[in-house]
Design a binder for this molecule. Structure first.
Ligand SMILES: *Cc1c(COP(=O)(O)O)cnc(C)c1O
Length: 343
């Protein structure tokens, strides 16, 4: 029996998935009269590959994992939702999450009618491991971590993540959306070491493909099979699959963007530090800066007036007075700084 099987919702453990025409016959060539498609309007007339085999093979090579350990979703938001639907019985089960963090864990919980037990980070934005473990009970199925964390920007201590993985008896979802910007290592090479680990990554940030909607979950092949049987059969359309396949050839371009953005982040941070209303900047391992100011709401509105949009995070736990600023192109960052200097 797999580690996670006893944690699954019984209806999901029993579920017999929809079998599509393209699941039963997987060859590329032939006369396709099996899916009630229109023979005209190629290539859009054909359903996409529901198993995304070509794209997964390419991602497997880039990430150094087996294709069977990869789940691909319509953004990371899809595997987040599927984890709830696979493991959490609405109105009965609960999850534990760090606080503050990415808002989608809470929204997906609310949609699925699942309680989120939030555990505050420490003052220096690290995890309170004993409190996180103590928040769990017999109905806690998932524990959400995000490193580097959004909106705080920092990575968590490796030893703390290990302690959670070893101490928590449910599934740990570790969101590594910003890992390409971080000096710390991904947990991906250690996937097999922790049977309860699910790692999320995305093509929306370092890879510059947010509009394509392509997210990844890495897990044991058995768990990937469970998520695959709950997803919409054709969750990734052919434009996303084909375009991503082409763009994945430019690993070096992505690496150059990351270098440029990390350099820009340091330039931007140094300039922000000179502004009188900037009280504090938090260390960032990502492509954004969390900046504490005296008048976050007014600064936000002032910038909107100049058609520069940042994120007001001042109402988020532990983020009093904070604005979150994405590192843009050199020109965009200059426009931001020019406007702020006149504030
Ligand atoms: C931006 C972001 C994502 C990306 O979500 P997609 O649905 O893949 O675009 C995931 N997690 C965190 C923490 C993020 O900030």
């Amino acid at each position: 029996m797999n580690y996670f099987e006893k944690l699954l919702r019984p209806n999901i453990a029993r579920l017999k998935p929809y079998s599509s025409a393209r699941d039963e016959y997987t060859g590329d060539e032939g006369v396709f009269l099996d899916a009630n498609e229109n023979p005209f309007n190629s290539p859009y007339n054909r359903y996409p590959d529901p198993r995304q085999r070509v794209l997964k093979a390419k991602i497997a090579a880039i990430k150094g994992v087996e294709p069977g350990c990869i789940f691909l979703g319509n953004g990371s938001d899809e595997p987040i939702d599927l984890m709830y639907r696979a493991f959490c019985e609405p109105g009965v089960d609960n999850v534990v999450s760090i606080d503050p963090t990415y808002g989608m864990y809470q929204v997906a919980a609310d949609i699925n009618n699942i309680e989120v037990r939030k555990v505050l980070l420490t003052a220096d934005y690290q995890m309170d491991v004993p409190a996180l473990l103590a928040a769990a009970d017999d109905n806690t199925k998932l524990l959400f971590l995000c490193s580097p964390n959004n909106p705080t920007g920092n990575c968590f201590h490796i030893a703390d993540i290990e302690a959670i993985l070893k101490g928590f008896k449910g599934m740990v979802v570790l969101d590594e959306a910003y890992i390409d910007f971080a000096p710390g290592k991904s947990f991906l090479p250690r996937l097999a070491e922790f049977p309860n680990l699910v790692i999320l990554q995305t093509f929306s940030k370092a890879w510059g493909m947010a509009g394509l909607r392509l997210g990844m979950a890495f897990a044991s092949p058995e768990l990937v099979q469970v998520l695959s049987k709950i997803k919409y059969p054709y969750n990734l359309n052919i434009l996303t699959q084909q375009t991503a396949l082409e763009l994945l050839d430019s690993v070096s371009e992505m690496e150059n963007w990351v270098k440029l953005l990390l350099n820009e982040r340091e330039v931007l941070s140094a300039e922000l530090a000179k502004l009188p209303f900037v009280k504090k900047q938090y260390p960032s391992d990502s492509n954004f800066l969390l900046v504490k100011t005296e008048e976050p709401r007014k600064i936000y509105q002032y910038l909107v007036g100049h058609k520069i949009i940042i994120r007001d995070r001042s109402s988020v736990a532990l983020c009093e007075g904070c604005l979150r600023i994405t590192v843009g192109s050199p020109d965009e960052n200059r426009q931001l700084l020019d406007a702020l200097k006149k504030y």
